[in-house]
Ligand binder design. Structure first.
Ligand SMILES: [Zn+2]
Length: 299
């Protein structure tokens, strides 16, 4: 058996959020009970300690509120540590990344309505074939909408389109941010209660080259905010989209900058186990790809 890091995003009931695929709190609790049988769930500052059992780090991306309400609550009850990463953009500049605008709009507007609007305003030629990247989506219009918003429209077009729909649903953006993301007090509280807090990003941008510019715009603002909240510089980093399509380039170019700025390690979204002597970059296993309950011993 191997050391592993498990990657979590939303931990909540789905309720009316039909645009996301969360893990239900009851499943989360069962999964970590199951993991505890085969692995020791440890905090990041313990990864170099010698132990007989393989270890497991629980990692959370995006800093959404459900992670406080459900995951943190369950972890506290079980006395287990975890690693949560924060996106500073919403807290510092009041901006919501496109990914979360997509989740929200797909949750609260019908696919028919979104498709009508997209069709009216943008070129939709070839959508049938191209949207097959979303073959796992059962509904045709959901596939079309996701393809248009995530691939066909430019970032500026997508933001413009999504923000007008978003504001028709949630006119008070700052209230939405308070309800949807971890607040400053919640981050402080999680840190006080033993959770490791790390940097996810500022605006949730993928790596596009230029390590210093990327560090200054995507990492530094979040690091400064976390220093103010937890009283010291964060030491761990998880890039947005695992770095994106340029992960290998990011790993090569950005690692020296991260080391120079006091980071001790980082997590990718590449599926895999962690070596007994972990390197700076560690792979993860998506929580939905773990073996079914009762079969964790195959890890
Ligand atoms: Zn993310």
């Amino acid at each position: 058996m191997n050391n592993i890091a498990v990657m979590y995003h939303y931990v909540r009931e789905q309720e009316c959020w039909k645009g996301i695929v969360p893990m239900r709190p009851v499943e989360f609790a069962q999964q970590i009970d199951e993991l505890s049988r085969t692995h020791e769930i440890i905090s990041l500052d313990q990864i170099h300690e010698v132990r007989t059992k393989p270890w497991c780090i629980l990692t959370f991306d995006d800093g959404t509120k459900d992670q406080y309400t459900h995951a943190f609550d369950i972890l506290k009850q079980k006395g287990l540590p975890a690693y949560f990463t924060i996106m500073s953009g919403p807290l510092l500049s009041g901006n919501i990344p496109i990914m979360h605008l997509v989740h929200t709009v797909l949750s609260f507007k019908s696919d028919e309505e979104i498709w009508e609007l997209l069709k009216r305003n943008y070129d939709t030629d070839g959508i049938e074939e191209q949207s097959s990247v979303y073959a796992y989506e059962q509904k045709k219009l959901r596939r079309y909408n996701k393809y248009m918003l995530n691939f066909r429209l430019s970032t500026t077009e997508a933001r413009h389109f999504l923000e007008s729909l978003f504001l028709s649903l949630f006119p008070d953006k700052s209230k939405f941010i308070t309800d949807f993301y971890l607040t400053r007090d919640e981050i402080r509280k999680m840190s006080h209660e033993g959770m490791t807090i790390g940097v996810h990003c500022h605006k949730h941008s993928p790596y596009t080259g230029d390590p210093q510019l990327f560090y200054d715009t995507e990492i530094e603002p979040c690091k400064i905010l976390l220093n103010e909240l937890i009283g010291n510089n964060p030491k761990w980093y998880t890039p947005a989209f695992g770095g994106g399509n340029h992960f290998e380039l990011m790993k090569e170019e950005l690692t020296p900058t991260l080391l120079n700025n006091g980071f001790k390690g980082a997590f990718s979204t590449i599926p895999g186990n962690i070596k007994s002597e972990p390197g700076f970059w560690m792979d993860r296993i998506d929580c939905n790809k773990l073996p079914p309950l009762g079969n964790m011993n195959i890890l």
